[in-house]
Design a protein around this ligand. Structure first.
Ligand code: IPD
Ligand code: CA
Ligand code: CA
Length: 265
């Protein structure tokens, strides 16, 4: 059941990736639509999403969708969670870090995840219980056991400035103890990189489910863990997430927890 669905997800991610690649050179000239505070979309986000949904629908007409640009589409207990272009701000600036993210949830549980970077032709895939892969290579989180030497991924809370003070305290604590922090601009790729051992841990405030769903499955299947800021499982709902290998997650939690406000719990 998982493998055919993963195959369809890969086909859809590659098709969306082709649309994005073809538009890369004209990205700076695309009309940017303003959806909310610091929240943008282009026609490419919408074309790519339409293509993904049409490919999946052709194979599985009864399935439902939760997609960033078109919202919820009712269906059965199989729900595809889609971010057609994660890193739109990078895309329109020609900053080469963006990806397609597609996950399948069945009765609330993540079963299949794909994050595809069309620029580098890097395909990250995961099946629940079946491991995580980058192209044909099996992925594993890093085995670092201290913050010394750790490279940490994050995203700035530019859509939710009310959390900026709390975030800056977290940032200070992590900066002091780690080897460095990267804000690359695509949460889906950040989580995929964490699964691939390119980052040692990650945290962000108020992500959306479509930013995270595929990346979280990749991380878990690569031996990593994730929690929200109360050490619970509610990160897909709250969007507040701390992630890493079990050890790095624990160390990050200790640094971040003292700065978690009531609004972030
Ligand atoms: C954004 C990226 C970014 C994160 C933002 C997201 P988008 O997604 O994942 O890394 O910090 O919160 O909204 O809007 O480019 O799909
Ligand atoms: Ca996104
Ligand atoms: Ca997006």
């Amino acid at each position: 059941m998982q493998q055919p669905m993963l195959n369809i997800a890969v086909r859809a991610a590659r098709a969306a990736g082709d649309i994005i690649l073809r538009a890369t050179d004209k990205a700076a000239h695309l009309q940017v639509e303003y959806k909310g505070k610091n929240d943008f979309a282009t026609e490419i986000d919408r074309f790519a999403e339409r293509e993904i949904i049409s490919i999946i629908k052709a194979a599985y007409p009864e399935h439902g969708f939760l997609a960033e640009e078109s919202g919820e589409h009712a269906g059965n207990e199989y729900v595809w969670v889609i971010d057609p272009l994660d890193g739109t701000t990078n895309f329109v600036h020609g900053f080469p870090q963006y990806a397609v993210s597609i996950a399948l949830k069945v009765k609330g549980r993540l079963e299949v995840g794909v994050v595809y970077d069309p620029l580098r032709d890097e395909l990250f895939t995961a099946k629940r219980g079946g491991g995580a892969m980058l192209n044909n290579r099996r992925l594993r989180v890093t085995n670092l056991t201290s913050m010394k030497g750790a490279l940490i991924g994050t995203g700035f809370p530019f859509k939710v400035p009310q959390h900026l003070d709390a975030y800056m305290e977290m940032f200070k604590a992590v900066t002091i103890d780690s080897a460095g922090i990267r804000r690359a601009g695509s949460a889906a790729l950040d989580l995929a990189y964490l699964a691939a051992g390119r980052l040692d841990a990650f945290w962000e405030i108020e992500l959306k489910e479509w930013d995270m769903a595929a990346g979280i499955l990749l991380l878990k299947e690569a031996g990593g863990v994730a929690t929200d800021f109360s050490f619970n499982d509610g990160y897909l709902e709250s969007g507040n997430v701390i992630a890493g290998s079990p050890r790095m997650h624990q160390l990050m939690y200790q640094l971040i927890e003292p700065h978690v406000t009531d609004a972030l719990k």
